[in-house]
Design a protein around this ligand. Structure first.
Ligand code: BTN
Length: 143
């Protein structure tokens, strides 16, 4: 009876270990596209979680500008589903966007669920709120 209990416990521990080994890890690095059609590449992540890359937005608040690829810079907190924050310094517009979010991987696939805040340069503090936008984007991995 004692051997039976030890054997069952070992089997259970083995199954838990196997499950943890198979648990998917969400990886920020790579090419991503959001529901607006914007493309983002996270190219380098250093050992402290700091990363850089580029962002090509599909939309802009500006009229008559040529959209250009812009640099991103951010940091992630390591986990199987890491949280992160990054900003995009738009090279073609006097504005900046800060994103925060989490990388999820489950039956709906690998994705970055984000919220963002865009701040454009206002002429004066009276226009501060008018020059601020907020929203959310979901990015899916491009293969
Ligand atoms: C600007 O219009 O001033 C710069 C481009 C802003 C693009 C925004 S950032 C949040 C949202 N998500 C995107 O992919 N593009 C827009």
């Amino acid at each position: 009876m004692k051997n039976m209990i030890i054997f069952s416990t070992l089997i259970l521990l083995f199954q838990v270990a196997l499950y943890n080994c198979n648990a998917e890890k969400c990886d920020l690095k790579g090419k991503w596209k959001n529901e607006l059609g914007s493309n983002m590449t996270i190219s380098v992540i250093d050992k402290n979680g700091y990363f850089s890359g580029s962002y090509l937005t599909a939309v802009t608040t500006q009229k008559k500008v040529e959209i250009k690829k812009s640099p991103i810079s951010g940091v992630m907190v390591p986990s199987s589903q890491p949280i992160f924050a990054f900003h995009v310094n738009w090279t073609f517009s006097d504005s900046i966007t800060a994103f925060t979010g989490q990388c999820f991987v489950d039956s709906s696939g690998e994705r970055l669920e984000t919220m963002w805040l865009l701040k454009a340069i206002a002429g004066s503090s009276d226009d501060n709120w008018a020059s601020t936008r907020v929203g959310s984007n979901v990015f899916r991995r491009l293969i």
